[in-house]
Structure formats: C-alpha cells, structure tokens
Design a protein around this ligand. Sequence first.
Ligand code: ATP
Length: 334
Amino acid sequence: MKRITLIKGDGIGPEISDAVLKIINASGLSIDWDIQTAGADVIEKEHTPLPDRVIKSVMANGIALKSPVTTPIGKGFRSVNVQLRKELDLYANLRPCYNLPGIKTRYEGVDIVVVRENTEDLYAGIENQIDEDTAESIKRITRPASTRIAEFAFDYALKNNRKEVCVVTKANICKLSDGLFLNCAREVSQKFPQIKFREILVDNCCMQLVQNPNQFDVLLLPNLYGDIVSDLCAGLIGGLGIAQGANIGKDYAVFEPVHGSAPDIAGLDKANPTAMLMSAIEMLNYIGENNTALKIKTALFDTLRNGIKTADIGGDYSCSQFTDEIIKRLRCII
Ligand code: ATP
C-alpha cells in the first residue's frame, strides 16, 4: 500500500483535508496516510510551525498532500510554505488553471499552466534593516535555478502537448536579476524548437490576462510574479476555492491548493474543498493511480455541472454536503 504524507494544516485545512480523505476512501483506493500536523496549532508544544518530523515524513514517503498552513505574522517564524519548499528543494510550482464545468466565469476556454520558480527571488528571505527608517529585501536570482525551472517548463510543455512557453519578467527595470532569468529561458528555449517561445513584461501580462486570457498557454515566472499571477489566473476560473497546485522537485513532490488557510471561514463548514481535491487528483495521476483520479474527477465535475456548489462559487452547499454529493456520484461510477 502506498504511504503518503498528509499535512493537515490549520484554518480551513483540517476541514478540506477530511473532505478529500473521505472522497479518496470512497473511491476504494487504499492509501496508508502518514498524518502530520503543522502550523499555528503546533507552535505551543513544538516551538515551531514546521517540526522536523514533517520534513522527515515527506523525505521518507516522497509524496505529500498538503492543506494550507498559517505562518503567524511578526513572531519571527519563517513561512512554513517557503521553508518546506526550500528544505525539500521543491523548485517547481505548477499551477494548472482551467475552467471547471458549472462555474460561470467571464471567459470560457481558459487553459493556462503557471510554472513558478519556487526557491529564490524575494522569497529567499534575505532582508536587512539598514537603519530605523530603511529596510531592504534582496531579490536573488541565480543561473542554475533559472535554468532548471525553464527546463521544467519546456519539458512540461513538450510532455503535455502544449504549444507555447511565455516567460514573464520585468527585465526592462530589474535588468540584472530578471534579465538573467530571461536569458536563461532564452537559452533553454533553443533546445526545444517544437515549442514556441514568447517574452512578455509582467504588467502587460496582467492586462492581457484580464482582457484575453485565451492567448496564453504555459507561463514561466520568477517566484514573486508567479505568486501574484497565479492568483490572478485563479480569479479567471472562479477563484481560490478551485485552484490546484503542486510543488515538484527532483526527489519529492508536495501537492497543495493555491489558497491559504482562510481563517475568516475556518470551522464554519463553508470551505470549498475543490482546490484541495483537484490537487489530490493530480497527486493520484503523479503516482500512477490514473484510473482512480479520473473517477474522482468525473464525480466532482458531475457534481459541479449539476449546480451543486459551495458559497464561494455561487452555491449554497456546505463543505460536508458538497463532499457527500461527490461521494454519492463516485459510488455510481465505481
Ligand atoms: P495566503 O497568504 O496564505 O495565501 P491569503 O491571505 O492570500 O492567504 P487565502 O487564505 O488564500 O488568503 O484566502 C483569501 C480569501 O479567499 C479567504 O479569506 C476566503 O474568504 C477565500 N477562500 C480561500 N480559499 C477558500 C476555499 N477553499 N473555500 C472558500 N473560500 C476560500
């Protein structure tokens, strides 16, 4: 039986994790879940939001499904997400964004894959307080990290029958750092003549995404722009409640929704588990359980198509009612 780490997180994390576990159990697939707690709830006992046991568990199992984890602001802790990505060298953040059935949005046919560099840029946490009134954050971009993420994006495009990779930077202003990222993408693009290569500035990219998202295929971005643009893309397809994600490295992969822990709705049975479920579906594909992944996706899409939705996407079903509706349909498929 496959052993997979499940990081339950906090905020809405436990609710959406339980929903996804219930659905996967109902599919008949047996997984030996190695459940690990992290985040605000463990700090008092373990003095850190990300205890070593969590990292060790992912290292031992190779794969994790993760729900959102809050990093307390201003308490001196490094972001759990950033730390996890760094320690496991999960250098590629993959966020496929496409319209789901039954969710009406401004545009139809959106099908964009955001590939975000996950280990450096302003997220490296290199900050200095110069004096009382001056602080600086260092935007570090390196050739090895930029080259490997560009290779990941082109390789993904090739394997997934994509036509174009568009690199997104602000290289006209950050001439050295974004300039290096852009140059690495240019160099890598030479090795993939089958894939079209395009360059765009991040401000223009945002405007174009809002006006005509269907022109984009695979977007390749440094860490900060990738964070911002992937939320924009989530907005194009109906919001954070449905946006899936994966963090992939050479040795490990952690699948997680794009959204955070949404403390405003935590514990109210209002959360949309779709983003977490879509991330789990991708995880099942990743470990070769394509059949189960397809069945769960079919049940989810059928549920949405029938107008059964949580409040964030215009419905009136609670998280648990929505989950039960998916399971009802899944039972008819298996
Ligand atoms: P982070 O910085 O950790 O990404 P954030 O402050 O950007 O977090 P999120 O927690 O991602 O914010 O969510 C923003 C808002 O979107 C939430 O407050 C919530 O109202 C809504 N939201 C996010 N995820 C969901 C979900 N799964 N279901 C329903 N609403 C959600």
